[in-house]
Design a protein around this ligand. Structure first.
Ligand code: FES
Length: 257
């Protein structure tokens, strides 16, 4: 195990949603290269608390790349310099002694800053509430296993299901679009047999809820590069295909009621 002898952190501090916010610089000395980025912030926070100062507020929960809670813009990159990695899985060995690291919250109109590095990502919840579920009783695991699903379809659905809802795609997008997030959630369910009864209403509701809060996709592809689960922008094409079909099918359905 080796140590990074010194680091300079430039961190966004903002006391609340109405504060203008500013950057503050901190020196960190002798941090293990085996520490995660969040552990390094923990060390800094312990020091700040010891000095009677306010700790830096940042989101975290599982620290295993599962929950999607961590969310830092590190040197201008969502989740930092290591591709396919959430902030909590980023280790200090990716940096070297003497580095200056800039740490910011997600920057997106739809994600207002609550405090310091913590933002309100609840617009993503509104999208899931609009259709990111199934209402058909599916039974237990053995019942699911007797429904044949072609391997390529199962693989595509499970790849989409890897989305942890962190919002890095929104933060990385120059338009603040949530198309990768929404498309991953739509595709995960719309590809599987269990998701078929609500397929058309789901995609329509989720896309239209997304449009209420987020910007429009113009195919920059930054979302795919920033995604800690490397979800492909192919799911956006699947979502658009289903949305166009839904506008036709749902209209026909409504005219028959
Ligand atoms: S803290 Fe759960 S994914 Fe990072």
């Amino acid at each position: 195990m080796s140590h990074l002898e010194n680091l300079t952190l430039t961190i966004w501090r903002q006391s609340g949603p109405d504060d203008a916010g500013h950057f503050e610089r901190y020196r960190i000395e002798s941090i293990s290269d085996e520490a995660s980025f969040l552990e390094m912030l923990d060390v800094l926070n312990e020091r700040l608390i010891d000095e009677g100062k306010e700790a830096i507020v940042f989101d975290h929960d599982c620290r295993e790349g599962i929950c999607g809670t961590c969310s830092l813009m590190i040197d201008g990159q969502a989740h930092g310099p290591q591709r396919g990695t959430a902030t909590c899985q980023l280790h200090m060995r990716k940096f070297k002694s003497g580095d200056e690291i800039i740490v910011e919250p997600w920057r997106a109109t739809a994600f207002p800053i609550i405090k310091d590095l913590m933002v309100d990502r609840s617009p993503l919840d509104r999208i899931v509430e609009a259709g990111g579920f199934i209402t058909a009783p599916t039974g237990g695991a053995p019942d699911a296993n007797i429904i044949p699903v072609p391997k390529p379809v199962a693989d595509a659905a499970m790849d989409a299901a890897e989305c942890i809802g962190c919002g890095a795609c929104v933060a990385a997008c120059p338009n603040g679009a949530a198309n990768l997030f929404t498309a991953a959630k739509v595709s995960h369910l719309n590809l599987l047999p269990q998701g078929q009864p609500e397929r058309w209403s789901r995609v329509e509701a989720m896309v239209e809820t997304m449009d209420e809060y987020f910007g429009s996709c113009t195919n920059h592809g930054e979302c795919e590069a920033a995604c800690p689960k490397s979800i492909s922008i192919d799911v956006i094409a699947l979502m658009h295909r289903d949305y166009r079909k839904a506008k036709f099918k749902n209209r026909k359905l409504i005219s028959q009621i």
